[in-house]
Design a protein around this ligand. Structure first.
Ligand SMILES: [Zn+2]
Length: 88
């Protein structure tokens, strides 16, 4: 896993490889999440590079696991990601 800083906003980000071989920029800090395949409005990227619909939580009892928040969801300069065709 490669760690860099976002060129747009300077935040620490990590690049997580998906099974398809694409690297996704994510916030360096991990978050706990609750899987919500149908209703989740947030996305989490697991260490394996799977993108899961979820809600974030701080409640360890409810959490299904820990993963990384896609940086395009939090970057104040997210428009810079869109032109690269990132899926949201
Ligand atoms: Zn950024």
């Amino acid at each position: 896993m490669r760690q860099t800083v976002c060129k747009a906003c300077g935040a620490a980000i990590v690049w997580i490889k998906t099974p398809a071989g694409k690297a996704l920029p994510c916030d360096a800090g991990q978050r706990y999440y609750v899987e919500k395949p149908l209703t989740g409005t947030k996305k989490i990227v697991t260490k394996n590079g799977e993108v899961i619909a979820c809600e974030y939580t701080d409640d360890l009892q409810k959490a299904n696991g820990v993963g990384y928040v896609p940086h395009w969801a939090t970057c104040p300069q997210a428009d810079n990601f869109k032109r690269k065709g990132e899926k949201t």
